[in-house]
Design a protein around this ligand. Structure first.
Ligand SMILES: NC(=O)c1ccc[n+]([C@@H]2O[C@H](COP(=O)([O-])OP(=O)(O)OC[C@H]3O[C@@H](n4cnc5c(N)ncnc54)[C@H](O)[C@@H]3O)[C@@H](O)[C@H]2O)c1
Ligand SMILES: O=P(O)(O)OC[C@@H](O)[C@@H](O)[C@H](O)[C@H](O)CO
Length: 385
């Protein structure tokens, strides 16, 4: 069995690559980072170090590596003969990897079994996004895309920080992981990945993951950044940051219980487990990594505006989420391209326009005015500097 995996970064090597290796796949890593691909191509193996109360080390081997820019024709051939394609490149990058996947699917033998495709990104239905880009360039003359490929959405959960320099290809990760996959598109032919959980209704799991793990994580990052703290574990050790994060997760917990019917006690246990993961002192995760790309994180269906908008539509004012949105608007990491763009957007547009462009909310939405007020406050601070 062969899997082509796009994105040999933190989650690519530390989670997807590991689980596919353990499931018996030969993994072909595809990435644009030349030095990383050369290192992988020369290495026979790398190690995944799980840190926490029960540390463990796993070795990943039986992989190859292809540069998706300079070796595109080779990558097309790899996809043409693969069983599975996965991605962990970032939701905004999916449209850039779609063309080579399209070419690879088109190059498959007519009698080949359909390629199984799963995007493992932090976004609701990321595989659907990838599929839309593939559809856009698919040549119907070759046949129906559905006869050639099966697309399944997934939710992936494991905290993998940016890696320290000097540890080569090895990856440090937390011990916890969860990979939930929509079983329904595969019919009787779901891939066998022992570390994954296959479900018939994925939507509740994706929202529960994004609106708990990622909403809480990003809140810790933005409040922690404001408090001048560097690591997520340090942020969570600050009582004020921790209580803001807890308040945010109380709001999303209520939404998830009301909307999806999760048992209230189970959801509370899920929240506590996640708060414990954030405090893991062995994990060198930073507020800058977790807060990265604030424009993506503040977009309409993402971890803040998504749940806050739904709560507002249900008649609740999401006060803690609004505080976290305010902190996100103040995230001014000069090394983060989206944080810089956010600052420029706030400085150059009026409050209503900036609110619409950042959040995708219409002025009629019940959340709009509360967010516009936060935008105005941030703009006043920027203007005063
Ligand atoms: N790190 C985590 O804790 C974690 C956990 C769950 C999900 N995710 C999600 O996984 C995705 C990747 O996150 P990450 O933390 O591994 O980031 P990362 O930056 O460590 O890895 C991304 C990799 O994608 C590569 N890449 C960029 N453009 C590419 C292209 N056009 N073709 C091929 N490769 C390309 C980069 O060179 C990099 O190696 C994101 O969607 C993230 O939200 C991350
Ligand atoms: O990857 P992002 O930028 O969407 O979010 C940053 C972190 O919250 C994220 O990478 C988590 O570590 C991960 O989602 C845990 O499963």
């Amino acid at each position: 069995m062969k899997a082509v995996h796009f994105g040999a970064g933190n989650i690519g090597r530390g989670f997807v690559g590991l689980l596919l290796h353990q499931a018996g796949y030969e993994v072909v890593f595809a990435d644009v980072a030349d030095a990383l691909i050369s290192q992988l191509a020369d290495a026979g193996s790398y190690r995944v170090h799980e840190v926490g109360e029960q540390p463990a080390v796993h070795t990943v081997s039986n992989f190859r590596a292809v540069n998706s820019n300079s070796q595109e024709d080779r990558l097309v051939q790899e996809i043409a003969t693969a069983d599975l394609v996965t991605t962990a490149v970032g939701p905004h990058i999916l449209k850039f990897v779609a063309p080579v996947i399209t070419r690879g699917i088109a190059a498959r033998a007519e009698d080949a079994v359909p390629l199984q495709v799963m995007a493992c990104e932090n976004a609701i239905n990321a595989t659907d996004l990838l599929r839309e880009s593939i559809d856009a360039s698919w040549d119907e003359a070759i046949g129906a895309l559905d006869d050639r490929a099966v697309f399944a959405n997934t939710a992936v959960d494991r905290i993998v920080p940016n890696q320290e320099t000097g540890q080569g290809l090895d990856v440090t990760v937390e011990t916890f992981y969860e990979w939930v996959i929509d079983r329904t598109p595969f019919g009787a032919n779901a891939p066998v990945i022992p570390g994954a959980t296959f479900v018939d209704r994925l939507a509740p799991y994706i929202e529960r993951k994004l609106f708990t793990v990622n909403t809480g994580h990003a809140s810790a990052a933005y409040f922690g950044h404001e408090a001048g703290l560097e690591k997520i574990s340090e942020a969570m050790a600050d009582p004020s940051v921790a209580s803001h994060v807890r308040a945010v997760l109380d709001e999303t917990r209520q939404l998830l219980v009301d909307k999806h019917g999760f048992d209230a006690g189970e959801q509370e246990a899920y929240v506590r487990k996640i708060l414990g993961r954030f405090t893991n002192p062995h994990l060198p995760d930073t507020v800058n990594r977790v807060g990265r790309a604030p424009l993506r994180k503040l977009s309409r269906h993402e971890r803040f505006i998504g749940p806050a908008a739904e709560l507002a539509e249900r008649g609740t004012t999401p006060e803690a989420l609004l505080k976290a949105i305010g902190a996100a608007l103040r995230f001014d990491d000069p090394t983060d391209a989206e944080a810089v763009e956010l600052g420029e957007l706030l400085a150059s547009s009026d409050a209503g326009e900036a609110t619409g462009r950042i959040t995708g909310l219409s002025p009629e939405h019940p959340l709009f005015d509360a967010v516009r007020k936060l935008v105005e406050e941030r703009q006043a601070k920027i203007a005063a500097v």
